[in-house]
Design a protein around this ligand. Structure first.
Ligand SMILES: NC(=O)C1=CN([C@@H]2O[C@H](COP(=O)(O)OP(=O)(O)OC[C@H]3O[C@@H](n4cnc5c(N)ncnc54)[C@H](OP(=O)(O)O)[C@@H]3O)[C@@H](O)[C@H]2O)C=CC1
Ligand SMILES: O=C(CO)COP(=O)(O)O
Length: 321
């Protein structure tokens, strides 16, 4: 201890696990590399794979889904028909909501596999930065705390810091709801509205996320952590975010169809925004930013009109009593 500091505590080395990653897109591939770097045996599956799901899942300790929202229900039902060990832990890393049922991905996995542990993995994790081995932190959350701790050990490294959290719904909704605000942030930057406007948008966006989260059973404090505010900041401030790119390009006059045709990968915020409009109407939740993003995606307003609509809402206290 020449400088008087204690040496860092080494991260415990877990027993190598058999990890199957479902979805070989940007995020699935990055997570596969993180698990491989920790010495786990990793198999990656996608629709293009030559092996069947049943063959790939044989002997899996962990099945991690990084499938876009639109494929989750179908893949979960095929996995249900595969023989699995009762100990297999499911991890879901998808950030979206099911348009038919409004369920979150973890709720879908849990309803298909009621006797298995399901862990949500979500945080400020732009996959391109993780592939470059830049430092990042994430959150794993489950009703089964032992499963969350196991997943924490499996992925923790000197470049990927993993925290546990007991609020899976909140962690999952943080990653999902921020995508809509990231579209709005892209519009804000695309219109060159400045730093004050962006700060106001992101802060009021967080208020909107908390409002929805409370109704859907999340803990408010979770939204102020990595999976909420953390992911909101990362996604609203980075051109690496596909959701931010959607907003930025809409502000520059491109159509949604043009943008999505050329976008590398999935921008979940587009579907999430539509599902949130359904939920807000059923549950009477006020979500003005999401509503303007929805109207913009539906070409009901221009970016400038959406801005005016938000600025000219009835004046009110910052917090409702
Ligand atoms: N990229 C990122 O930085 C991060 C992404 N996420 C989330 O992870 C999820 C995946 O994102 P990402 O990897 O970037 O997206 P990509 O578009 O790169 O990959 C999507 C994956 O989902 C699969 N897929 C899509 N539709 C279906 C379907 N109907 N049935 C089966 N498989 C399907 C694709 O399979 P195929 O190759 O066969 O088309 C592909 O493997 C999203 O919910 C995203 O929000 C979360 C954190 C970070
Ligand atoms: O969720 C992400 C970062 O945490 C990725 O954001 P995009 O899906 O907008 O690229």
């Amino acid at each position: 201890m020449p400088n008087g500091r204690l040496p860092p505590t080494p991260i415990p080395i877990p027993i190598p696990k058999s990890v199957v990653i479902l979805g070989a897109g940007a995020w699935g591939t990055a997570l596969a590399n993180l698990a491989r770097a920790k010495g786990h045996q990793v198999r990656l599956w996608s629709r293009q794979s030559s092996q069947t799901l049943a063959a790939v899942l044989q002997g899996a300790d962990i099945a991690l889904s990084a499938i876009s929202m639109k494929g989750v229900r179908d893949v979960a039902s095929v996995v249900k028909s595969c023989p699995l060990s009762p100990q297999t832990i499911f991890i879901t890393a998808t950030k979206g909501l099911d348009p038919q049922t409004t369920l979150t991905p973890s709720q879908i996995w849990q309803s298909e596999f009621p006797d298995h542990a399901v862990v949500v993995l979500s945080g400020p994790n732009l996959s391109k930065e993780i592939e470059q081995e830049l430092p990042a932190a994430t959150v794993v959350a489950s009703k089964n705390s032992a499963a969350a701790e196991m997943v924490q050990l499996v992925f923790s490294s000197s470049r990927f810091r993993v925290y546990t959290n007991p609020d899976p719904v909140g962690v999952e909704l943080g990653g999902t709801l921020k995508n809509v605000i990231a579209i709005a942030a892209g519009v804000c930057d695309g219109l060159h509205l400045g730093t004050n406007a962006k700060a106001a948008l992101v802060t009021r966006g967080l208020t909107e996320m908390v409002r929805i989260g409370k109704v859907l059973g999340a803990k408010t404090e979770t939204f102020y952590g990595l999976a909420g505010l953390g992911d909101l900041l990362a996604t609203c401030n980075s051109p690496l975010s596909r959701n931010y790119q959607v907003g930025y390009q809409l502000a520059n006059g491109k159509t949604l169809t043009e943008i999505l045709t050329n976008l590398p990968g999935t921008a979940e915020g587009v579907n999430t925004c539509r599902v949130l409009m359904q939920i807000s109407q059923q549950q009477h939740i006020t979500i003005p930013i999401t509503e303007q993003v929805y109207r913009l995606l539906e070409t009901e307003v221009t970016p400038e009109q959406a801005l005016d609509e938000l600025m000219l809402r009835e004046i009110k206290p910052e917090y409702n009593q």
